[in-house]
Design a protein around this ligand. Structure first.
Ligand SMILES: NC(=O)C1=CN([C@@H]2O[C@H](COP(=O)(O)OP(=O)(O)OC[C@H]3O[C@@H](n4cnc5c(N)ncnc54)[C@H](OP(=O)(O)O)[C@@H]3O)[C@@H](O)[C@H]2O)C=CC1
Ligand SMILES: N[C@@H](CCC(=O)OP(=O)(O)O)C(=O)O
Length: 417
């Protein structure tokens, strides 16, 4: 099927999906979780084909880690679907209701968007996360995964699709995959405005540029994470070290990993060298500003390009600043609106940072690694929005809905005065 045929079929299916009741949707999700669980050997076999090809192509170890499917990660995918099942169905929720003076009852009711398409990185769980969130929120889904993960994505999709095919209460086309992983096919998806209600591109600057230049469908950009952590002069040193090490090393390939550490100058001669020693002991290489290099000469000199780079690897840029204003200025200049953090005991500094930093999520005395739909209580995430409209930060069920005004009268007619 061509991309346009796939999107048309999804649009057709979406009419039935929006009317599914919660029990049916949860039954389907339960069956999908079961299919992933019991089909794990096939999924791992398909994944090993992708891993072999990616390793032969010289893919970095952090990106290979992201692509790898293990039993533990399959368990997490299954658990995630069960978490979505346990969440309340957003469809039909009345978010506002009012009786107006003329007697009309106006309700704003949450409803599905229709067809949600996602272009995503080489991460095997995304197909399941997107399918679960889309179905629970009453939407049809169109998946376009990375060419590097082609075999894995197809194997996962085949499991999901078989569940839909076996249940006559739901159209099989409710979740679709674009198997053609060419850029031309992705472009066609970006332009399928007749059938696609929302496209969520998850990826780096090249994808986002292409979407900005070419998309005619509505989009919510889920772009790069050039995340910052600022250590204020008032920070508790042990807490600052823990959060820094976690932000950089717990999973360096993810969009919520810390890429630049911004440090108040009062800590430059004391706390900073110690934490950089600890990071170096964990294989992190450091690119430092001149003041960083004064106190920790092993750092490579940072160039302006480093401030704008999302390394997705065990590399960290470090800048020493004179005060909170300079820290905020740096972050607002170089950040990508994904996730930023501050470590501070001074509550007014923390409040000021939270208010002034222009980002989807701001973490106070907590790791930016918590920028995640699961951690925010959404079960999983469609992605992490780096724009302001229509959603910001991790996107869960509500982000896949809009509200409709349902107005109840009793024979009301409007009379002009
Ligand atoms: N905000 C968020 O929710 C998330 C953000 N990210 C960001 O994604 C990046 C890392 O992922 P990475 O794998 O490098 O991402 P890429 O941007 O390379 O790839 C993501 C997806 O976009 C496709 N793609 C890339 N360029 C184009 C293009 N010009 N036209 C059409 N499709 C394109 C890829 O296809 P193919 O692989 O076949 O080229 C893939 O399916 C990081 O910047 C990370 O922060 C990642 C996940 C979530
Ligand atoms: N929110 C997710 C990471 C988001 C994501 O998918 O990022 P990436 O590894 O860049 O594909 C998590 O913390 O696991």
């Amino acid at each position: 099927m061509s991309v346009s045929e796939i999107c048309r079929a999804a649009a057709h299916a979406s009419h039935a999906v929006r009317e599914l009741n919660t029990g049916v949707k949860d039954d389907i999700l339960r069956a999908m979780a079961e299919a992933i669980d019991t089909g794990r050997e096939e999924l791992k076999q398909a994944n090993s084909l992708d891993l072999e090809a990616a390793a032969a192509a010289g893919t970095s170890r952090t990106l290979l880690d992201r692509l790898t499917l293990t039993d533990g990660r399959i368990d997490a995918m299954v658990r995630a679907v069960h978490t979505v099942i346990a969440l309340p169905d957003p469809v039909g929720e009345v978010v506002r209701g009012e009786t107006r003076p003329q007697g009309l009852v106006i309700e704003q009711v949450r409803e599905p968007l229709g067809v949600v398409a996602v272009i995503y990185e080489a991460r095997p769980n995304v197909a399941v996360d997107v399918a679960a969130l889309c179905l629970k929120s009453g939407n049809a889904a169109v998946l376009r995964g990375s060419s590097i993960a082609r075999h894995t994505n197809e194997a996962v999709f085949d499991k999901l699709s078989a569940v839909l095919a076996a249940d006559e209460r739901v159209p099989t086309d409710a979740v679709q995959m674009i198997r053609d992983v060419s850029r031309d096919a992705a472009l066609e998806l970006m332009r399928a405005k007749e059938h696609v209600d929302l496209l969520v591109p998850r990826g780096g600057p090249e994808l986002i540029r292409s979407v900005e230049d070419n998309a005619t469908v509505p989009t919510v950009i889920d772009g790069a994470g050039n995340c910052h952590l600022y250590i204020d002069a008032s920070a508790d040193p042990a807490m600052a070290s823990d959060i820094t090490v976690n932000g950089k090393t717990s999973r360096p390939s993810v969009c919520n990993a810390v890429e630049t550490l911004v440090v108040h100058e009062d800590l430059a001669g004391t706390w900073l060298p110690k934490v950089l020693d600890e990071l170096a002991g964990r294989d992190v290489s450091v690119r430092g500003c001149p003041r960083t290099r004064e106190v920790w000469p092993q750092a490579e000199p940072a160039t302006e390009a480093d401030w704008g780079t999302e390394y997705l690897d065990l590399v960290l840029a470090v800048r020493v600043v004179a005060d909170l204003d300079e820290a905020i200025g740096h972050i607002n200049r170089w950040g990508t609106s994904n996730a930023e953090g501050i470590v501070a005991q001074d509550i007014s500094a923390a409040r000021r940072f939270a208010r002034a930093v222009d980002s989807g999520s701001v973490f106070v005395n907590a790791s930016t690694r918590y920028s995640d739909g699961g951690e925010f209580g959404y079960g999983v995430e469609i992605g992490v929005s780096t724009q302001k409209l229509h959603a910001r930060g991790p996107m869960g069920l509500e982000s896949l809905t809009c509200v409709k005004n349902v107005v109840w009268g009793s024979g009301h007619v409007r009379i002009l005065r």
